[in-house]
Design a protein around this ligand. Structure first.
Ligand code: WQD
Length: 344
């Protein structure tokens, strides 16, 4: 019988791509999402790609009664992937209480109910933000975590600690923390992708919106960093590759491939790319020039960080496969699709 997975935040950017990969791998998916940062049409996109419409519950994971109802009406859930969270770094500085309340309550509710409904595996969306500015790159999972520079980052660290404490207490669950680097791109079909709310804060949506003419200019934050070309360096990971890591993580827990109840994996390519190298890759892949200007540094930016994904490669059996050009092309196709649909 197909294993059943609850994907919280399943109509969001990473959640929707992961739902597609889960369904293609034969899992049954139940999505819960409050649509605060996504919309129902995402379900059409998922169905177009996979031929299957996931079960959808519109609801908020901060409400434990909604979750009780969900587990009762959808019995036999084997695993949870928790994407539901507030995720804008800048907004979290303005609204810390909202960020702590939302992100922590979602996690606490889900963990508390796992033993009640016999759910075995939990995948948590964590972030390389837990490492802060690394002492050396590439960074491994055993590198020390550093004090978070935003409430958003703090919620990721606290959630990681809560999961660890719950497992230490003997809770009958397994968990895998996936520390994502910089997820970018879209499904190659352009049926699903990223839908930023308002002015994008992240580089790639800002870049594609500039390339299509929504924004006059991409501001590049700083060219005086201590890096080979002076620009910040990141590990840009294709969202479909990232989605596949979740399938591997679930498989590992649900098929008891490990004796460890809690594991951590870096999910990145292992290649650091500068902001300017990314812009160049976009122009090469699409033939479209991006108007940009170099401005001052953005406060709080890390200078350089990229993953050592060896553990994920060897233990999880997962590896990033997409080239940066194909990834940029997918982001561009998605931006063009949004234009065709009159959304942006
Ligand atoms: C990347 C680089 C910017 C916009 C953030 C979160 C992190 C994570 C991923 C998720 C930086 C530069 C950006 C622009 C620019 N997780 N840039 N012009 O800051 O690495 O990480 O997203 O939710 O926790 O902190 O990503 O895409 O914002 O920036 O020059 O208009 O691009 O300075 O060097 P970041 P980003």
């Amino acid at each position: 019988m197909a294993k059943k997975i609850l994907v919280t935040g399943g109509t969001g950017f990473i959640g929707s791509h992961t739902t597609v990969e889960l369904q293609l791998a034969g899992y049954e998916v139940v999505i819960i999402d409050n649509l605060s940062n996504s919309n129902r049409e995402v379900l059409d996109g998922i169905e177009k790609i996979t031929g299957i419409r996931p079960v959808f519950v519109e609801g908020d994971c901060t409400d434990i009664n909604t979750l009780h109802k969900l587990f009762t009406e959808n019995p036999g859930i084997d695993g949870i992937i928790n994407f539901a969270a507030s995720k804008a770094v800048g907004e979290s500085v303005q609204k810390p209480i909202m960020y702590y309340r939302n992100n922590l309550n979602i996690l606490l509710n889900l963990l508390e109910l796992m033993p009640v409904y016999g759910v075995k595996g939990f995948v948590f969306s964590s972030s390389c933000t837990v490492y802060g500015e690394p002492d050396q790159n590439p960074i491994t999972e055993s590198a020390p975590t550093k004090k978070a520079t935003s409430p958003y980052g703090a919620t990721k660290q606290i959630c990681e600690d809560i999961i660890a404490d719950f497992i230490k207490s003997g809770a009958p669950i397994k968990a895998i923390l996936l520390r994502y680097f910089n997820p970018i791109g879209a499904h190659p079909s352009a049926e699903i992708g990223e839908l930023p709310n308002g002015v994008p804060q992240n580089l790639v949506p800002y870049l594609t919106q500039t390339a299509i003419g929504i924004r006059p200019m991409l501001n590049v934050f700083g060219n005086d960093y201590n890096t080979p070309d002076g620009f910040c360096i990141r590990d840009f990971i294709n969202v479909v590759d990232l989605a596949k890591a979740h399938v591997k993580a679930l498989e590992r827990m649900l098929e008891d491939k490990s004796d460890e109840a809690l594991e951590v994996f870096n999910i990145g390519t292992g290649n650091g790319l500068s902001v300017m190298q990314l812009i160049t890759a976009f122009e090469k892949a699409t033939g479209v020039k991006v108007p940009y200007k170099i401005v001052g540094r953005r406060e709080g930016d890390i200078e350089q960080i990229w993953a050592d994904p060896k553990r994920a490669n060897e233990v999880l059996g997962w590896k990033a496969e997409e080239t940066i050009e194909d990834t940029m092309l997918s982001a561009w196709k998605w931006q063009q699709r949004l234009r065709e649909r009159g959304i942006m």
